[in-house]
Design a protein around this ligand. Sequence first.
Ligand code: S3P
Length: 428
Amino acid sequence: MPGVFIKPVSGVEGEIEVPGDKSISHRAALLGGMAHGETHVTNFLLGQDCLSTLRCLQQLGVSWERQGTEVWLRGTGMEAWTEPTDVLDAGNSGTTSRLMLGALAGSPFAVTMNGDASLRARPMRRVTDPLKQMGAQIMGRLDGNLFPLTMVGGQLQGQAFRSAVASAQVKSAIILAGLRASGETSVEEPALSRDHTERMLRGFGVEVLSEKRLVRVQGGGRLTGQEVSVPGDISSAAFFLVLGSLAGRGELILPNVGVNPTRTGILDALRAMGADIELIDITEICGEPRATLRVRPSKLQGIEIGGEMIPRLIDEIPILALASSLAEGETVIREAAELRVKETDRIRTVAEGLSALGAKVEELPDGLRILGQPSLRGGQASSQGDHRLAMTWAIAGMLSKEGVSVEDIAAADVSYPDFLDVIKKVAR
Ligand code: S3P
């Protein structure tokens, strides 16, 4: 298939309402489906990943209705979920897979989960091992590490876990299983990952104790249906923060973007690089802070990032790498080996893709080293089916000298269905 050609711009201008947060949309649907009573979700993300979560819930007997970005779920409690008559298809979505396995681990029936080729290569042991220890039976390739997996849930026992990775999907799966286990379940992570599950569970009436990197829940928690307003996704806003910083002239305004501190690593990193990003009107709705972001052009400097910062911007590393390729000096991203098990191996795919466009990038075992240059040539790049790469290469096209032909740009639909229309609208 021929690529979509994205031409260089001389500036950008406009206001962009980025779509609803992917992580929060998944959780709103899932918790709504686990709760008693009606949950009404507004600004739900219509990306393919979140639609996969809704479809899986339907197969479990949860009744819901959707009109545009509004969703009504009529939950009758997770005890009322019924054995699906077909395989649950999580598509490309790691969050659907891992959170759903956790939520289902206490259900006394068989479920088989599967997904696309990318998901079938992603590690599931990080959730299946703890869920097995709690009492679920799970079978699949590599001792329950790879999809397709079959799980027969049942009586669970609460446990104390130490996760080897800072992963909100792992933490959330264990917490959700813990709600159906006897006694207390706790998860300690090496660095704090996004805490949307903890915040939203509190909104649904469940007590969740958090102390730095440790989260605890008691079994038997009952969820009550809620009103959930989903903020705009900072991971989607990140593409425009980089575009607005480097496009040369103009200003972009991004209203209603979620600024939960476990997600704002990209703001901190870009500002440390010299970006001119302002946060206006910070408010908190449904336990999640949000703000209007305003970005204006600036000169960026290279940066070194690693450690606790990494989980706070893990999904933004592809676009941050592009920003670094146009910054002055060197950028080094370390302790980010988790990138290797995302929708693609993003250390390899980002290094290869950016290099093909003329950037100076070196692949490190756990990150990237990028030597910034005043301009980027452009050329051809493929999303390889990874939504964040599709959007990164499109922004690269706008910031390049010769433009970029992006193969399989449709992959962006996973988290940002009308991305192409939006970039055309703001281009000058
Ligand atoms: C997510 C957690 C992160 C992130 C993913 C969404 C979530 O994955 O990369 O896009 O919604 O919990 P990990 O938990 O594997 O780090």
